[in-house]
Design a protein around this ligand. Structure first.
Ligand code: GLC
Ligand code: CA
Length: 518
């Protein structure tokens, strides 16, 4: 069963930037294999790899040309199978990225569908009936192919939306129902792809834009129905494999659609944003975790608590240190503050994800030209910084051949400089992962309870079984009444005082105490 997920700590790998094993300037599958021991050493027992399928890379591989082929720049199918085998030998799970909502416009299905001649893929995408038919409420590509009609895109213009039908039909001339055989033929094609990789032994998928399947489906009812159907295939035929959604709605993704876990993404105005990424246009940082903190814990709790209670019996909410779509943490906060966020994330319920390089606090680069559809995301996708050698150990290629430049800027960190330093961000995170894994209560064996929180105030105190965590990113020491009988310090950053009936948590500090069990 998928019990393993309960105790998982994931590492996200952006393959083009992780490690280049053949000196062509771009990361590859053999490069990941070489670094498996590094990942294990950090304490992660599962990996999510961004898309590695054949692609023209207009969106870094989220534009799939052939779901059944490894992109040559990453290696061969044998390289992948080798990676999977080596990962499993080390008890590391591997999740691939599944892109179900759209393909590249170079995908064979689309190449056929757009010809204007009848083919078996005519209903695989969403075309209007004729080119003069272009309702403004849809994101359509108009007049760009031989077929007499315009087609819907899901993301960039090179990513036509696959046809899973419409929940509400507003244009019956060209919209098919989400219950139509044509829509379900797309589901079958998706299942075939999934089976292909699951049969190879992968441990599941991170699912890209999981909520984007059925159109005009505001409540995501028909989209959830499709995922439920897929989930029952998984439960029946691949009971150990998991589905983790890029959705950011645990109620819908986990409870309705049947995902095993759902990402807590950074969305403007949501709880994740309020905790870690709330930077205003004028540069003012209103995150709860910020230097000179004056954020609002309630902005997080008001969203998180109902989502957590509603979904906790069905699956997990995934906190992430960052991902390939958003600026890395140093863009928002100091290294010290980052440590506090790591302590928080590693003591929360759910399944945490560490984005490659976040363990050494790699920086977000604002000086790069967009690469492969990265735009503002490009600065979070630079090569991993391994050591002080050529190209910071990422690649032996000439510098101008690199996928993206390595960060040589003053003070930029490397694995080499941090791994043996007990005071580094790396060591701190490694300790926290070990602490989490040593205590099932800190994973998902216990619940989550708020002990102390006040809108716009600090600290925040929460309980996980016999543990209680005190978080105070603010500049002032804070004292809260607390029954400290039998309580012992278990882990801390910064400073604290445990007194009878109260705990003082120093400014910019984190404290985990444990109550002796009777
Ligand atoms: C998801 C991916 C992102 C990609 C987009 C379109 O948001 O994380 O990187 O560009 O979907 O597939
Ligand atoms: Ca390479």
């Amino acid at each position: 069963m998928t019990e393993w997920l309960k105790n998982a700590v994931f590492y996200e790998i952006y393959p083009q930037s992780f490690y280049d094993s053949n000196s062509d300037g771009i990361g590859d599958l053999r490069g990941i294999t070489v670094k498996l021991d590094y990942i294990r050493e950090l304490g992660c027992n599962a990996i999510w790899i961004n898309p590695i399928y054949d692609s023209p890379f207009m969106d870094a591989g989220y534009d799939v040309r052939d779901y059944y082929k490894i992109a040559p720049r990453y290696g061969t199918m044998e390289d992948f199978e080798h990676l999977l085998g080596e990962a499993h030998k080390r008890d590391i799970k591997i999740l691939l990225d599944l892109v179900p909502g759209h393909t590249s416009d170079t995908n064979e299905w689309f190449q056929k569908a757009k010809t204007g001649f009848p083919t078996e893929y005519d209903d695989r995408y969403i075309f209007t009936k004729c080119v003069w038919d272009a309702p403004p409420e849809y994101r359509l590509m108009c007049g760009v192919c031989e077929r007499d009609g315009n087609y819907l895109v899901n993301y960039f213009s090179s990513q036509p939306a696959l046809n899973y039908g419409f929940y509400e039909i507003t244009h019956p001339e060209w919209q098919m129902s989400s219950d139509s055989p044509e829509a379900w033929a797309t589901v079958d094609a998706l299942k075939d792809i999934m089976r292909f990789w699951l049969d190879k032994g992968i441990d599941g998928f991170r699912v890209d834009m999981a909520d984007s399947l059925v159109k005009n489906d505001d409540e995501k009812i028909a989209t959830a129905k499709i995922w439920r159907d897929i989930r029952s295939m998984m439960d029946r035929d691949y009971p150990d494999a998991v589905l983790i959604s890029e959705w950011c709605s645990p109620q819908r993704a986990i409870v309705n659609a049947g995902f095993h876990a759902d990402f807590y993404l950074d969305h403007q105005g949501n709880g994740y944003n309020a905790l870690f990424r709330k930077k205003m246009g004028d540069g003012e940082n209103l995150s709860f975790f910020a230097d000179g903190a004056h954020g609002d814990i309630d902005a997080f709790l008001a969203e998180y608590l109902p989502a957590y209670y509603y979904s906790k019996d069905y699956g997990y909410i995934s906190f992430m240190t960052n991902n390939h779509d958003m600026p890395r943490a140093p863009f928002y906060m100091s290294e010290w503050m980052i440590r506090l966020t790591h302590a928080f994330m590693m003591t929360m319920p759910g399944v945490p994800f560490i984005y490659y390089g976040d363990e050494i606090a790699m920086r977000y680069r604002t000086d790069l030209v967009s690469k492969e559809g990265g735009f503002s995301r490009t600065g979070s996708r630079t090569p991993m910084q391994w050591n002080s050698e050529k190209n910071m150990g990422f690649s032996d290629a000439d510098e101008d051949m690199l996928y993206l430049p390595v960060d040589h800027s003053e003070g930029s960190s490397t694995v080499e400089s941090q791994i043996n330093d007990p005071a580094s961000v790396y060591s701190n995170l490694k300790n926290l992962i070990a602490l989490r894994k040593a205590n099932p209560e800190l994973m998902n064996e216990s619940g989550f309870e708020v002990v102390y929180s006040k809108a716009n105030e600090y600290p925040f105190v929460y309980r996980r079984g016999s543990f209680t965590a005190f978080v105070n990113p603010s500049d002032d020491d804070k004292t809260v009444e607390y029954d400290t009988a039998g309580a012992k310090e278990y882990y801390f950053l910064g400073g604290y005082e445990i007194n009878e009936g109260s705990v003082t948590i120093r400014s910019r500090s984190f404290l985990l105490i444990r109550h002796e069990q009777s």
